[in-house]
Design a protein around this ligand. Structure first.
Ligand code: T46
Length: 135
């Protein structure tokens, strides 16, 4: 949908005797990947995320199970369920994001444009809105 905050990145998938997906720098993912991490074994019922990044961009794949993602740019809030390993959600910088409804099987694989830096996080929603307003 035009102007939607939900931007999908679909990566190649190969079926032979298993299922294989791959992603390459600046080709399938629109930035150089500096960091890869995964989130697994979530505590049921506890949302995660609830922050935005000043610079870091990410593509988030739900490679097992499902997750309901909430994304918010300070003007609007949208949500989407991710449950296909080949479909990633592009999280641009300055997008407030939350992960909800993960079950014990959920595994999120994230490709990030920046190295980890706690100073890149905005963990307070009011502060996020203030920074957006000031831009
Ligand atoms: C997102 C979801 C899917 C590190 O030391 N290095 C890292 O690369 C990361 C990602 C985290 N950490 C430390 C920092 C915190 O002490 O691990 C702890 C939890 O990290 P965070 O609050 O980032 O965890 P989540 O699961 O709430 O969020 C992360 C990403 O930040 C977020 O952008 O999309 O995973």
């Amino acid at each position: 949908m035009k102007n939607s905050l939900i931007k999908f990145i679909e990566i190649p998938k190969i079926y032979d005797d298993c299922f294989l997906c791959f992603a390459e720098n600046n080709k399938h993912v629109p930035f150089m990947i500096k960091r890869v991490y995964y989130v697994s074994l979530p505590t049921a019922g506890l949302p995660r995320g609830k922050h935005a990044h000043l610079q870091n961009k990410q593509v988030l794949f739900c490679i097992q199970g499902k997750v309901r993602m909430v994304v918010d740019n300070g003007s609007k809030r949208e949500e989407v369920v991710l449950d296909k390993p080949e479909v990633g959600l592009l999280l641009d910088k300055m997008i407030w994001h939350e992960m909800h409804d993960m079950d014990e099987k959920t595994i999120l694989l994230v490709l990030a444009s920046e190295f980890y830096d706690e100073k890149d996080y905005i963990r307070d929603y009011k502060e996020f809105l203030q920074i957006i307003k000031a831009e």
